[in-house]
Write a protein that binds this ligand. Sequence first.
Ligand code: SF4
Length: 62
Amino acid sequence: MKVSVDADRCRGHGACLGLCPEVFTLTDSGYAEAAAGAVPAHLEDAVADAVSACPESAIVIE
Ligand code: SF4
């Protein structure tokens, strides 16, 4: 699984960071960014929770 954040949709609420801080970080501009590369298997459920929790539907699983 790979994941990315659509910068045009993200509004910086931070729900994703609360659910999976190992993958999601806030940039200096206040929006979320996903770590590059494959999501470690033990974090896939947390990433899926973040996808569900994002109020802007900004998180895309590739
Ligand atoms: S939950 Fe969605 S809108 Fe909020 S910071 Fe994360 S990606 Fe952006």
